[in-house]
Design a protein. Structure first.
Lengths: 111, 537
């Protein structure tokens, strides 16, 4: 990369950007969204797997006709996956992209 | 041909018609691949299709790569025979995409160039980490390849009516599949392979959609009535609607679940697809497309699986050529006779071809780019020479895949893929996450986590009931199993995460490269300095 080798008194452009408050803010926003969200869906998935292995009778409970609790919870996993995907895209488009773009221009403009 | 089926329906399909439909698909895709290949000039063209695909195109191609024979044949078959337990596969395979979306895809696209090794070695000592990344890429791809080729064997058995007893006949057809796949990769590179994935994904989703509504139509669009039909037809009755038919061992079930959800984001052939788009935003869009397509497709397989149980019957499926994997094609025959069987089988076949091509290009890229160019030649090689090595490696991998496929013929495809997921989650995922998010992570940590995770996972597989000492084992008659679980994920994945930490502390005297760390972190989040799209004709 043409930008990597350019040093100043405060290190490379990447080091300066990394130390900047704007970048710190971007990193914090990203992590504050993706870490809790990942924990959430992994726990919800684990609950499902544990129910399927330790509570098969509960999962076999009929809700309507032959439709069981297990099928409902399974389908809810689909719903939650679609929902989290949509939430993340909205968050990334609105919050992450503009900040990332500003920083990128700053870096590539200096190169 | 099973006796029951032969009696009930005369014959399953028309061999000439099946071959005709399949040949038409191969011909069409080869033309597309050939046309795509004319703009292949640089290494970036060969490995990453010149980064010229849009997010939606790549998303469809990712679904094409991901919805392998395991998804279509394996899951539908597992649901048909084991009922609810088969559904766990689809849920794990889908939820896993959130790991890729939230934690991996965009950061990886911003940081790397062609392979997983690019990202893992970014701020580490290049040669050892690249060699490790290439090793695990090759092992995961190999497991995955074998699974696909085994699926090809079962499908061919049904399609060309080559009975399970005729191992030679089936082997020859597996070899033909392998050769066509090699042709795709050598001629088309990543661009050609991507077009094959896109065509195949479209055919697969449309085919599954048609069959799903056809099946539901037979039950007045009433899913509950369809489930009732499945329960009636199965010798296991009501148990088909509850978990526990396939997995008697509760811990094994959990282990499988963990491997599935953590495996996807460590699959090298999926990771490599993110390099075919120009920006991280497009990478995000690809994952979103993939999640929707894959999710909807798995909803279809739920209907198809129970539909096959209701209309064909689990016992007939288990005894058919190709066994459990034959549920979807048999259902197609039940619904639409030999024409639909021919079409669906051709689609399933296309699925296998496309996935195998994707795996081959990934494995060959990893060998040529990580091992040959960066480890052996220390970066002193021309891209042209590198691509030449990649092509030769593709040829070799194709031959290995053919041999492996012949050996694994008859194994359940979804089960074999689950092992590949366990290896990917153990060897790759911890290192990927640590190197993206953990500042102190270092070369030693990466090596411990990759090699340690890989070794633990492989050893546990070898000594598991999947390989010996059970009715369904790969090596029948032998019993050297001491590990009780058929999927090692629940042990090997935490061990690998732990080894990454221990290794990092063991190597804490390594000098910390704050420049490289800053470059990696800033690039991964902002996309500055990332590989650009090459201008495309």
């Amino acid at each position: 990369m043409s930008t990597t080798g350019e040093r100043s008194a405060h290190g490379t452009i990447y080091q300066r950007v990394q130390a900047s408050p704007e970048f710190g803010d971007l990193r914090r926003r990203l992590r504050r969204f993706v870490f809790p969200m990942s924990a959430l869906f992994l726990i919800w998935y684990l609950v499902y797997v544990l129910l399927a292995s330790y509570a098969p009778a509960f999962m076999a409970t009929r809700l309507a006709g032959n439709f069981t609790v297990g099928l409902l919870i399974g389908l809810l996993q689909f719903v939650s996956t679609f929902l989290i995907t949509t939430l993340y895209v909205r968050f990334a488009d609105r919050t992450l992209d503009p900040a990332a773009e500003r920083l990128r221009h700053e870096i590539e403009g200096e190169a | 041909m099973t006796a029951q089926l032969a009696q009930a329906q005369g014959t399953v399909g028309n061999v000439g018609l099946n071959i005709g439909i399949f040949a038409a698909f191969v011909l069409l895709t080869l033309v597309v691949v050939y046309r795509a290949s004319r703009s292949n000039r640089t290494a970036s063209d060969y490995y990453a299709a010149g980064r010229s695909f849009s997010g939606s195109q790549n998303g469809i191609a990712i679904s094409g790569d991901y919805l392998s024979a395991a998804s279509f044949l394996g899951i539908a078959g597992a649901i048909a025979v084991y009922g609810y337990d088969g559904f766990l596969y689809s849920i794990g395979f889908l939820v896993a995409w959130l790991v890729a979306l939230l934690l991996v895809a965009e950061l990886l696209r911003n940081t790397g160039k062609f392979t997983m090794g690019d990202v893992l070695s970014f701020r580490m000592r290049q040669r050892p980490v690249r060699a490790a990344a290439a090793t695990s890429t090759l092992v995961v791809s190999f497991f995955y390849l074998i699974a696909q080729m085994a699926g090809a064997g079962g499908l061919i058995a049904l399609l060309l009516q080559i009975p399970n007893s005729d191992k030679l006949g089936q082997s020859i057809v597996i070899a033909v599949v392998g050769l066509v796949m090699i042709a795709y990769v050598l001629v088309g590179g990543m661009k050609g392979t991507t077009y094959v994935q896109i065509i195949k994904a479209a055919l697969l989703v449309v085919g599954a959609f048609v069959m799903t509504f056809w099946v539901l139509g037979k039950y007045g669009l009433n899913f509950s009535a369809l489930l009732g039909g499945a329960v009636e037809k199965s010798s296991k009755g009501e148990a088909l609607l509850a978990p526990g038919l396939q997995y008697k061992n509760k811990i094994d079930f959990i282990s499988l679940g963990v491997a599935l959800v953590l495996g996807t984001a460590g699959l090298p052939h999926i990771l490599m697809r993110f390099y075919t788009v120009p920006t991280a935003k497009e990478a995000r869009k690809s994952v979103v497309w993939a999640i929707w397509l894959i999710g909807v497709f798995y909803l279809f397989t739920l209907v198809l699986g129970y539909g096959a149980a209701a209309l064909v019957g689990p016992d007939v499926i288990s005894k058919a050529p190709g066994g459990v994997n034959s549920a979807a094609p048999l259902l197609a025959f039940e619904l639409g006779g030999e024409i639909l069987l021919g079409l669906i089988s051709a689609i399933a076949f296309a699925t296998i071809l496309a996935v195998v091509a994707g795996l081959t290009i990934t494995a060959s890229a990893s060998f040529a780019h990580d091992v040959y160019a960066n480890v052996l030649k220390k970066g002193q090689t021309s891209p042209g020479a590198e691509v030449k090595v990649a092509r030769r490696t593709a040829l070799l991998i194709g031959i290995v895949a053919i041999a492996g496929g012949i050996l694994a013929n008859g194994q359940n495809v979804a089960f074999l893929v689950a092992l590949a997921f366990a290896v990917a989650a153990s060897a790759n995922l911890p290192t990927i996450l640590y190197s993206l998010f953990w500042k102190r992570f270092n070369t030693m940590g990466a090596l411990w986590s990759i090699y340690g995770g890989l070794a633990v996972c492989l050893v546990l597989i070898v000594f598991s009931p999947a390989v010996s000492g059970s009715e369904t084992a790969m090596i029948k008659g032998a019993d050297f199993a001491w590990f009780p679980l058929s999927n090692p994920g629940i042990v090997s994945i935490p061990v690998s995460f732990l080894l990454g930490v221990i290794g990092t502390f063991a190597g804490r005297r390594e000098p910390f490269d704050s420049e490289k760390y800053a470059e990696m972190e800033v690039r991964s989040l902002t996309g500055a300095g990332s590989e650009k799209a090459t201008v495309d004709a």
